[in-house]
Design a protein around this ligand. Structure first.
Ligand SMILES: CC(C)(COP(=O)(O)OP(=O)(O)OC[C@H]1O[C@@H](n2cnc3c(N)ncnc32)[C@H](O)[C@@H]1OP(=O)(O)O)[C@@H](O)C(=O)NCCC(=O)NCCS
Length: 152
């Protein structure tokens, strides 16, 4: 099985494939995001995948895109990081160890390019939180993620 699974760098030409996978995963449990505004969806994904410092990695199994890790390369003072904005595995492939194996492949890919760390955020009440803990991600004890709604 392992021979048929590999990671591949994706770009704007893969937008439709990325979009289909992203929407199917994130408009369902546990996220239930409303991506019915198609224009906003395309703009958001292009924000992530179509910038100078974008890094979009796909997991291909038997010629099918079954995982995406979308983000950007950030030249932080302590070393270059991969800031992952979106990470997911196709719903029918979840809970089979594929996300874990995808992360390992990403880590190898990054190390070969002198990128020595990954940074990301997720919600504390989701399976993804436990998935990252299991995969040896450390919570930043002093950091909090803030949001402010701007209303007139
Ligand atoms: C979070 C996510 C990326 C994890 O990928 P995954 O392929 O499901 O993860 P894995 O299978 O490697 O590990 C997840 C679970 O499967 C278990 N598992 C690992 N290897 C396994 C195997 N060979 N067979 C069965 N289960 C296995 C793990 O123990 C883990 O279980 P637990 O966390 O319930 O205790 C994926 O579930 C997903 O896309 N979720 C929706 C989108 C999302 O939340 N993305 C992250 C947003 S920040």
């Amino acid at each position: 099985m392992e021979e048929n699974i590999f990671i591949k760098q994706l770009d704007q030409n893969d937008l439709i494939l990325i979009k289909d996978l992203f929407v199917d995963v994130f408009t369902n449990e546990p996220w239930n995001d409303d991506w019915s505004d198609k224009e906003q969806l395309e703009k958001y994904l292009s924000d992530v995948i179509d910038n100078k410092n974008s890094l979009s990695l796909g997991l291909i199994k038997d010629s099918e895109l079954i995982g995406i890790s979308l983000g950007s390369i950030i030249h932080w003072c302590s070393g270059t990081e991969f800031y992952i904005r979106e990470f997911c595995v196709k719903r029918s492939n979840q809970n089979q160890g594929i996300g874990t194996s995808f992360l390992r492949k990403i880590e190898e890919y990054l190390l070969q390019r002198q990128i020595k760390s990954i940074i990301l955020s997720t919600d504390i009440d989701t399976p993804a939180y436990h998935f990252y803990i299991k995969n040896n991600f450390n919570e930043l004890p002093k950091s909090r993620f803030f949001h402010k709604n701007l209303r007139k």
